[in-house]
Design a protein around this ligand. Structure first.
Ligand code: DGY
Length: 320
């Protein structure tokens, strides 16, 4: 089985594939044209896909009929038409669990950074404006006992809720497709309607899997219903929020601040006005960017392909 890997992944995954006798190909550099990328996909049996270089839809599958398996180097699979893959019997592996702690750490980091106005204060220091001790200046807010609203209480949302409960004794409310019994039991999390989540959260943190029908779910109408002191955090997918509406909500003080590890569009444009705001922290989609998580993702992606090569079910499969 010939596997195309579009970007270099940690060595542990490469070694596992090679030790199993699988043939792998990784291009020397990444500045390839679309046609070059596609020519590699066409000439391989499986792809270990890093990032969002490919949209695995009907057109892709028609163009690359040799592709028999996909192993994503991500937990998210919003760039894959799963129905289409199912129809063609193509298993789609992903990397759940192993990045939940790292990704929720970033949500937790952003929550605190926004609450304590980190961007504003970093800029002051960089600009040589350390300033005198001013009792009324640069005041943030404390998170102790506040309400954390989790949109999408899966594995990552659970880890975010757990940390926030332990560190700040936050009250956890959540909105999800299904009730999360474990979170209700362990964290005293309360299931609420979407409307209640929006209106009650002091911090609203997005952790759901993105679906096209949820495109820009967080828009002007929703930001208007949030509390004026609230913080919006998105570490899931940029498509969840309308960035222009978020900008308006921030400058008009409808909400207190925002922390984003994902943007809309992504990457964010250098001149996006939201980057000028002092009540916003933006990171370049680094949720899973720890040595530990990235190694574990490489291992799991390799395990998925090795299982497939042996005619077995992938251990982490996005197909139902
Ligand atoms: C994931 O694993 O889905 C991360 O967001 C990287 O795409």
């Amino acid at each position: 089985m010939k596997i195309f890997i579009n970007r270099r992944i940690p060595e542990v995954g490469i070694k596992m594939l090679e030790d199993t006798g699988l043939e792998i190909f990784i291009p020397e550099h990444e500045n390839l044209s679309h046609d070059e990328w596609m020519s590699y996909c066409k000439s391989h049996d499986a792809i270990l896909s890093v990032g969002m270089d490919f949209k695995f839809d009907k057109d892709f599958f028609n163009e690359c009929p040799n592709i028999k398996a996909i192993a994503l180097y991500s937990v998210g699979f919003d760039h894959v038409d799963i129905k289409e893959a199912n129809q063609r019997n193509i298993p789609v592996g992903n990397t759940p669990d192993v990045l939940s702690k790292a990704t929720s750490d970033v949500a937790f980091l952003l929550m605190q950074a926004v609450a304590r106005r980190a961007s504003y204060n970093f800029e002051k220091v960089k600009d040589g404006n350390w300033g005198d001790f001013e009792p009324l200046h640069a005041l943030g807010q404390e998170l102790y006992g506040k309400t954390l609203g989790i949109f999408g209480l899966g594995r990552i949302g659970f880890e975010m809720a757990k940390k926030s409960k332990a560190a700040f004794d936050m009250d956890i409310i959540y909105h999800n497709r299904h009730k999360n019994e474990e979170a209700e039991k362990e964290l005293n999390a309360k299931y609420v309607s979407f409307e209640e989540l929006v209106s009650r959260s002091d911090v609203l943190s997005v952790h759901a899997n993105f679906k096209p029908e949820q495109k820009e779910l967080f828009n002007a109408e929703i930001f208007e219903k949030m509390k004026p002191d609230s913080i919006f955090i998105n570490t899931a997918r940029g498509g969840f929020h309308n960035q222009k509406d978020l900008y308006e909500a921030l400058i008009s003080k409808q909400i207190w601040g925002a922390g984003l590890d994902v943007t809309n569009p992504e990457p964010i444009f250098k001149d996006d006005p939201i980057l000028e705001l002092s009540n916003v922290c933006v990171l370049p989609h680094i949720g899973s960017a720890t040595i530990e998580a990235r190694n574990a993702m490489a291992k799991l992606a390799a395990e998925n392909l090795i299982a497939f090569s042996k005619g077995q079910k992938m251990p982490a499969c996005a197909n139902p």
